[in-house]
Each structure stands twice: as C-alpha cells, then as structure tokens.
Design a protein around this ligand. Sequence first.
Ligand code: PNS
Length: 160
Amino acid sequence: MTRIAIYPGSFDPITNGHLDILERGLSLFDTIIVAILNNPSKKPCFSIEERLDMIRTSTEHLQHVDVDTFDGLLIDYAKTKNAVALLRGMRAVSDFEYEFQLALMNRRLNRDIQTVFLMTGLRWIFTSSSIIKEAARFGGDVEGMVPPVVLKKLKKRFNY
Ligand code: PNS
C-alpha cells in the first residue's frame, strides 16, 4: 500500500523550513502532496499560481512529491487523495496550541487520518513565511532562508 501524506499550508511563500520538513517527511511516507490552501480571503502576498510555481521549482530535486491546491476542509481533501496522514512542522512552543487544536479537530472529523508532527532543524526554528515577508518588505536580506526562486520573487515584489 502506498502511504500518502498531505503537507498542507498557506506557503506564502515556501521557506527552507518548509523544505526541511518535507525532506524529513519523505523518509516516512511514499508520497507527499504539498497542498496549498486556496483561500483568497486571507489576502496572500503571492497568488495561488505563483505559490504553485515556487513550490514546484523548489522541489524539483525531490522525488515522490506532488504539489496541489485545495479549498474547503483539509480532512475531506486528504480523504479524496487516500492519504493516511497530515504532516505538520513544529517549531517553537508557540506553535503548539494552534497545532494541537487543528490536529484534534481534524481527528474528530476523521479518525482514520493521523496528524504527524515533525520538528524542523534547529536553524529553522524561528523561520516563518510572515517574518521573512516582513524583513523582505523593508529590504532585509533573507538569502539562505528561502529557496533561490523565492528570493528572486521577493526581491521583485518588494523592489530591492
Ligand atoms: O500555513 P498555515 O496557514 O499554518 O496552514 C493552515 C492550514 C492550511 C493547514 C489550515 O488553515 C487548514 O487546514 N485550513 C483548511 C480548513 C480546515 O480544514 N481547517 C481545520 C479544521 S476546522
């Protein structure tokens, strides 16, 4: 049986921390579907097409990775993909409460799909898409925190 996991998120944009989790997850699952939440009401910095494109380019070197978008309930999407697990990264303690809520709600909605948390490498513990965008918006150097394709996009978006 092929063990499929869904790695969901906003990925606005994908960071090296996300890639770290994805690579760790690939040692546990046969296929991982990186699933971008398509929620225009969240007013993302990058369009869904841009995010898809950035993730596809950043994961070109990895096998057994698919990239997709979803809307509605994550757990319903996971079921349509025959996934056995939802993969989430855990950074600092501050992530815990939200992740706990999300995992318990998802379990209540479907008990057959497990949430699996992986810890990021120490160097990514304080990396988030939001803080990276904030730094980039004001011309801060975020090289090494995001894949090259994302760095290029941020530079273009924030004109630095
Ligand atoms: O990158 P993020 O913003 O932390 O990802 C959050 C995400 C996309 C995993 C979460 O918001 C989500 O799953 N949204 C879809 C709606 C849903 O299923 N919510 C959880 C149960 S109510």
